[in-house]
Write a protein that binds this ligand. Structure first.
Ligand SMILES: Cc1ncc(COP(=O)(O)O)c(C=O)c1O
Length: 400
């Protein structure tokens, strides 16, 4: 399994010595994506939805084909897929648009596991609207549970904004069961799928979530592209995020009307080539057995956890995570120092708070080391990491 998968990623041709274990930050890019991106810039480069000439038509068709395939991937309607700049952009735009439905005293449920992009927009809206930000208490392991969720939802809850998979701990939120609870009240569910989309099948109808956000750059696709999914009737209900070219229907001196979804939400010229190239990544997901790849990633994670358990002084915070993210610390060694030594061995991991500072507060640590496994990683990569971490420990031990 996964024998030649590295061949599909030119990164490895040009960085043969590198062990890349930071896919949760950004995945590497598929060759097909790079080729399609280059092809657009070399052979086309025109704008979409406006030109009456052939190349503009071609670009428009290619752009819209990505929307069709994203909808297939998440089991939505095509018009429910909005292109943005990334998860952060999707979540911010949505929060500010939904804020038109939020009144003083309303409650917004979030969690300490959130990436800042799922937390800070709501913190700001709570402040602006005099609404209350409510945190689902995490269990001892640091997870969101249905039982704890039930403790915080009530008739004042308007928004439930949660991560699907925590980028800092890799824990999976039981979102389907949570949504069933939410449906007993009158609230909207927003799911941050930035970390789950590249590993797990997401079916928006099955999960019955109202909104979903994710980024192409974590799906072996290009930077600068994000998706915001919303149920069609909700997208029709909320106001546009931005106003300008391409989103207006009839413009008058005093009041104007806007296009139907999704175009109502896509003002201005988008990142055309990147959206077109993203289609190649989406096709990769549609045409490959992603479940098999996910299982393989989890096997590598298990192997790594078992190897790390054999090493003294390593603290693992998320042995049972459902995604291939391993978060750890080495006793008495700062994660940034450890990461610098790993870098000397060309092993790339992330050190810090991973834009989820409340997680570190919960763990009562300043910072952690995060290893994240992608589709292209294999046993050799894990072994190289284990070797390098042993070297890091050896190095720092000599100074006592
Ligand atoms: C769980 C989660 N949410 C949101 C984001 C933000 O994604 P982006 O930086 O692509 O906007 C990230 C990125 O690391 C993430 O891991």
């Amino acid at each position: 399994m996964n024998k030649n998968i590295k061949d599909e990623f030119p990164f490895f041709l040009n960085n043969k010595e590198v062990t890349y274990l930071d896919s949760a930050a950004s995945s590497l890019k598929l060759n097909s994506v790079i080729k399609r991106l280059t092809d657009y810039y070399v052979n086309n480069g025109t704008n979409i939805h406006r030109g009456v000439y052939k190349l503009s038509h071609e670009a428009t068709e290619a752009f819209e084909a990505t929307r069709v395939n994203v909808a297939k991937l998440i089991n939505s309607k095509t018009e429910e897929v909005i292109f943005t700049k990334g998860t952060t952009d999707s979540l911010n735009k949505l929060a500010f648009s939904l804020s038109s439905l939020i009144n003083e005293g309303d409650e917004i449920i979030t969690s300490e596991l959130e990436h800042h992009s799922s937390l800070l927009p709501w913190q700001e809206i709570a402040r602006l609207k005099n609404a209350k930000l409510v945190y689902v208490p995490l269990n001892d392991e640091g997870r969101i549970t249905v039982d704890n969720f039930k403790k915080v939802i009530n008739n004042n809850t308007k928004i439930v904004a949660l991560t699907h998979v925590s980028n800092a701990l890799g824990f999976l939120t039981p979102i389907k069961e949570i949504v069933k609870e939410v449906r007993k009240y009158n609230a909207y569910v927003i799911l941050d799928a930035a970390q789950s989309i590249s590993h797990m099948k997401i079916d928006v109808k099955d999960l019955d979530i109202d909104f979903l956000a994710f980024s192409a750059h974590k799906m072996y696709g290009p930077n600068g592209v994000g998706v915001l999914y919303g149920k069609d009737h909700l997208l029709r209900k909320i106001p546009p995020f931005e106003f300008g070219g391409e989103m207006a229907h009839l413009v008058n001196k005093d009041i104007s009307t806007y296009k139907d979804i999704p175009h109502k939400f896509e003002a201005g010229t988008p990142v055309i080539g990147e959206v077109i190239a993203f289609n190649e990544a989406v096709l990769f997901f549609l045409n490959n057995d992603m479940e098999k790849h996910y299982k393989n990633e989890l096997l590598l994670k298990e192997y790594l956890v078992n190897e790390l358990l054999k090493i003294d002084d390593i603290i693992i915070y998320n042995k049972t995570a459902e995604s291939p993210i391993i978060t750890l610390n080495i006793k008495d060694i700062h994660p940034h120092d450890a990461a610098s030594i790993l870098d000397e061995y060309n092993v790339y991991v992330r050190a810090g708070h991973h834009c989820a500072q409340l997680v570190n507060k919960h763990l009562e640590v300043v910072s952690t080391l995060r290893v994240s496994i992608g589709i292209y990683n294999n046993k050799e990569d894990v072994e190289r990491f284990v070797f390098a971490i042993k070297k890091a420990i050896e190095f720092f031990k000599q100074f006592g």
